[in-house]
Design a protein around this ligand. Structure first.
Ligand SMILES: Cc1cc2nc3c(=O)[nH]c(=O)nc-3n(C[C@H](O)[C@H](O)[C@H](O)COP(=O)(O)OP(=O)(O)OC[C@H]3O[C@@H](n4cnc5c(N)ncnc54)[C@H](O)[C@@H]3O)c2cc1C
Ligand code: SF4
Length: 203
């Protein structure tokens, strides 16, 4: 059974940020990952802060040579947008490869980037490091798909498909500030880099 929580839908980014700054708050975009986490009791959420009433967080805009993608933009819209397909084909292809059409129509870019780890211990009833516990159950346990290098203390690999193209294109992500992803060409044909992958603070 899902634990009781409050649900708010602030109409502005400032109000959303203020709400998200409170303890026990979690952002809600498409809900395809969040609702599963709530159902499985993965994290102790007291307030779900819906971002869906903030139009400024949605859409893809070309500003000069930059491409700004709001975090509420659905993966389907990222995959089919002509500018993304033309300038950042890898990002369009990554978005198109996520899950199923239903998931891409409901899931957003911000939610994809900020989805919680898919580690079965994290999603299950195990109080590992990621859940405030004192050990990683993947060490000496079921470690398929976990990382070989780095990782300490958590060995899970961040899953979003849409995070890979910006990294592969030599991008550096910056967190904080206005909530959007900015794609900027480097001048190298068929290449680019992220000049700022900003998002709302993690829940
Ligand atoms: C059956 C299934 C198959 C899947 N297959 C794939 C796959 O092949 N590839 C892949 O990459 N992913 C896959 N996923 C994950 C899926 O892409 C994500 O569930 C989806 O993108 C999340 O988007 P959302 O808008 O629904 O996010 P939500 O569920 O609303 O949020 C997800 C998380 O991000 C946080 N969040 C949301 N928006 C923001 C924001 N703007 N700022 C800060 N935090 C935020 C929320 O608090 C929550 O913790 C799969 C999921 C399912 C259920
Ligand atoms: S890799 Fe270890 S610490 Fe990370 S989520 Fe899985 S069990 Fe938890």
């Amino acid at each position: 059974m899902i634990k009781q929580f409050r649900y708010v839908r602030p109409p502005t980014l400032d109000e959303a940020l203020a709400r998200l700054g409170a303890p026990g708050a979690a952002a809600h975009a498409g809900g395809t990952d969040l609702l599963g986490c709530l159902r499985d009791g993965v994290s102790d959420v007291e307030t779900v802060v819906s971002l869906t009433q903030i139009p400024a967080l949605r859409g893809i805009r070309g500003t000069g040579s930059d491409l700004r993608i709001g975090p509420l933009t659905t993966l389907a819209d990222v995959a089919r947008h002509p500018l993304v397909r033309e300038k950042y084909a890898a990002l369009a292809q990554a978005a198109a490869a996520v899950g199923s059409p239903q998931l891409r129509n409901q899931g957003t870019l911000g939610g994809n980037l900020c989805q919680r780890p898919r580690c079965w211990y994290f999603r299950g009833d195990f109080a590992c490091f990621r859940k405030g516990g004192d050990r990683c159950y993947a060490i000496g346990g079921e470690d398929q798909y976990h990382c070989v290098f780095g990782g300490t203390p958590c060995f899970f690999v961040h899953p979003p498909a849409t995070a890979t193209p910006p990294v592969a294109l030599g991008g550096a992500g910056a967190v904080g500030g206005p909530a959007c992803m900015v794609m900027r060409p480097t001048g190298v044909p068929a290449s680019g880099r992220i000049s700022g992958a900003s998002r709302l603070p993690p829940s």
